[in-house]
Design a protein around this ligand. Structure first.
Ligand code: B12
Length: 314
């Protein structure tokens, strides 16, 4: 292997993309064409790694991978630069954009002072500057994680956390609205199963899907399998997405998920994410659910499902 070529594992670390997304971007969109070793393993040059990093940056600001995958490097750098005009250099994929970290700090300050108007105004400005996907991935998701950490170490109280959840909940509803799919848009049913009361993950994926042009049927938190399956059948859903956050050891979950899979038509894929999803990995595998780690992968999976040849097969 030449020094300037890297295996996919290194590329995932340097770009922040999962191996799954990299392969989809390659196969479906021709984003890069890596060299192959004698045993057919992929090897990426530094320029290809930079290209993947730029594609990640630019998709996070709301551009569809299908539209930008084949753009020349110069054009991609230009687009990335537009996202970070202040420092004259495109930010590296793994470091937060200056604008994003500013909004994140302002949002946290608003949460600390329980200031609804300031939090709402900051999220609105961030949405305008970063785009809906940028807002979800760079602000809302890390904000929720930071609030959780500060709550755990006692810096923030339950009141701060409830306050932030309530404001973010309303805000995510507004983010999704302008993108509410047309009648012909594919339907995504989003919910959390029985006992899973944390709702923000489900709201986040619902907003991300709406932003990609899906028609989202949002069912909310803690819903029995039969209800979720019934809604999916009634609305002729193209897919069902579940968010699992807490607890990680619910003995009812295995039966619930199996029942959901049985009552869903076979061609409707079940997409599952959230911090507790890995804890239920064995049942998820058993029922053939697709476990998805992050919003970037989720968006690529939805794009895949819209392609006629891929219906029902993420
Ligand atoms: C908001 C919140 C609450 C709110 C929920 C309000 C609501 N309506 O949702 C309230 C106050 C009710 C609450 C209660 C509790 N909470 Co709470 N809560 C949180 C907080 C701050 C956010 C939770 C959340 O919604 N996360 C969802 C998303 C945003 O995060 P995520 O799971 O990492 O998801 C990411 C991906 O996985 C993906 N994703 C999520 N879902 C999906 C779905 C799909 C399909 C895909 C593709 C991707 C995806 O999106 C994100 C992007 O990367 C977290 C902190 C945190 N770091 O998450 C604690 C947290 C989850 N809570 C925790 C705890 C302990 C509790 C309580 C037990 C506290 C208590 N003592 O009462 C109760 C339990 C209630 C219950 N019975 O379930 C712990 C869980 C610890 C653990 N073992 O996992 C956390 C992690 C806080 C902490 N750091 O300790 N909580």
């Amino acid at each position: 292997m030449s020094e300037s070529h890297q295996a996919i594992k290194v590329v995932t670390k340097r770009t922040g993309l999962s191996a799954h997304v990299i392969r989809i971007w390659e196969k479906r969109y021709g984003a890069v064409t890596p060299e192959r070793t004698g045993t057919n393993r992929r090897l990426y040059s530094d320029e290809q790694i930079e290209r993947l990093s730029l594609l990640r940056e630019v998709t996070q600001s709301g551009h569809s991978i299908g539209h930008i995958a084949k753009l020349p490097m110069e054009k991609l750098r230009e687009l990335a630069l537009q996202m970070h005009p202040s420092n004259g250099q495109p930010a590296r994929a793994l470091s937060p954009a200056p604008a994003a970290s500013k909004y994140l700090d302002e949002s946290l300050a608003a949460v600390k002072s329980l200031d609804t108007r300031a939090l709402d105004a900051t999220l609105k400005r961030a949405a305008t500057e970063l785009g809906a996907q940028g807002l979800l991935q760079r602000i809302v998701n890390p904000l929720v994680q930071r609030i959780g950490d500060l709550w755990r170490d006692g810096t923030l109280t339950a009141a701060h956390e409830h306050f932030a959840s309530a404001v973010i909940r309303v805000f995510l509803g507004q983010v999704a609205k302008p993108f509410a799919g047309t009648e012909s848009a594919p339907v995504l049913v989003v919910a959390t199963p029985t006992g899973q009361l944390h709702e923000l993950g489900a709201l986040l994926v619902g907003a991300a899907a709406s932003n990609l042009g899906w028609h989202v049927t949002y069912l909310g938190a803690s819903l029995p399998a039969a209800e979720i399956a019934g809604a999916a059948r009634q609305n002729r859903a193209r897919a069902v997405a579940l968010s699992l956050v807490y607890p990680e050891d619910d003995p009812r979950m295995e039966g619930d998920l199996a029942r959901l899979r049985e009552s869903l038509p076979a061609e409707i894929p079940l997409l599952v994410g959230g911090r507790a999803a890995p804890a239920y990995q064995s049942v998820l595998r058993k029922i053939g659910a697709t476990q998805i780690e992050d919003l970037t992968t989720f968006c690529s999976t939805l794009d895949e499902l819209r392609k006629p040849a891929s219906k029902g097969r993420p």
